[in-house]
Design a protein around this ligand. Structure first.
Ligand SMILES: Nc1ncnc2c1ncn2[C@@H]1O[C@H](COP(=O)(O)OP(=O)(O)OP(=O)(O)O)[C@@H](O)[C@H]1O
Length: 285
């Protein structure tokens, strides 16, 4: 369970998201949409206690963020899987080794140090590898894989952590449509088979509509939409993507296009995202 009451999040005392009220139950599949720089990553990173809470009450499971000890923060993070854009894999290690490494945090230190996995852990590792459909390349080094395969290794490694929540920061932005669909299908399977809450920042509105049970739209320094895909109307999209004219002529498409990080470096210094987005689709135009 995640609960935010009048929460303000920001950096160096400067707010980015104001007065956020949000409640999520275990097992939801949530897509966060919004323009580049709107605050999607800020919201996602805040769930692992990485963003300053400038005001309000913020609860994740039994932990009260903003007032959390280092030990509790470590415990919380062990229950949340995070899939990064850059995959963060150990390239020289095999697919199986990378997946198994997701279990190290829960293992007794002496066994973790020598990476001594028991039979049960290996069976689970194999199951997760099946879930992401990578059994055929189990012993291949990760630097020999495609982007889509690498993303699937990252997902299986996060799953091996046995998380309650899986956070995915633009999990498909850098992938071709086929690989992207495959990754979204896998996230869907993880959500339904293991009951893991999935929270994903998505640049592709069509994926948010198709896969998520709930969509959160961020704009103007806060949440401007929170509901089911069916409830997401054009008026909400105009607000989320800053389309000002309801007739949406070509210049408004260009306006949205300018605002999106098309083929350029992200303004967010933490991730150097270099992504291509189908602009009209992203803007819902
Ligand atoms: N480490 C940081 N220090 C200061 N400001 C930051 C930091 N990271 C992000 N910001 C600012 O916070 C705002 C929201 O950024 P955030 O990365 O959350 O947006 P986003 O919606 O995820 O964008 P994108 O789609 O490009 O990833 C931006 O104005 C950004 O410049």
């Amino acid at each position: 369970m995640i609960n935010l009451e009048n929460v303000t999040l920001g950096y160096n005392g400067k707010p980015v998201l104001n007065n956020v009220n949000l409640h999520m139950e275990q097992g939801e599949f949530v897509g966060i949409i919004g323009l580049s720089g709107a605050g999607k990553s800020t919201l996602l990173m805040s769930l692992i206690g990485s963003i300053d809470i400038l005001a309000g009450r913020y609860r994740v499971g039994e932990y009260q963020l903003g007032n959390i000890s280092k030990k509790q923060l470590k415990e919380l993070r062990s229950r949340i899987g995070f899939i990064f854009q850059g995959y963060n894999l150990v390239d020289r290690l095999s697919v199986l080794h990378n997946i198994m490494s997701g279990m190290l945090g829960r293992m007794p230190l002496p066994r973790a140090l020598v990476k001594c996995y028991d039979r049960d852990s290996l069976a689970r590792g194999y199951e997760y590898m099946q879930t992401v459909d990578l059994v055929d390349v189990a012993h291949q080094r990760c630097d020999a894989l495609s982007g889509g395969q690498r993303q699937r290794v990252a997902i299986a490694r996060a799953l091996a952590q046995e998380p309650d929540i899986l956070l995915a920061d633009e999990p498909v932005a850098a992938l071709d449509p086929r690989s992207a669909t495959r990754v979204m299908d896998i996230l869907n399977t993880i959500n339904s088979r293991y009951g893991v809450t999935i929270i994903a920042n998505l640049h592709h509105l069509s994926f948010a509509r198709e896969y998520c049970s709930r969509i959160i739209g961020i704009a103007e320094g806060g949440i401007v939409f929170d509901g089911s895909p069916a409830e997401l109307a054009q008026a909400h999209l105009d607000r989320i993507y800053h389309v000002t004219n309801s007739a949406r002529p070509e210049e408004n498409v260009a306006e949205v296009e300018r605002s999106l990080p098309i083929g350029g470096a992200s303004p967010c210094p933490r991730f150097n995202k270099n992504i291509l987005i189908p602009v009209k689709e992203a803007a819902g135009i």
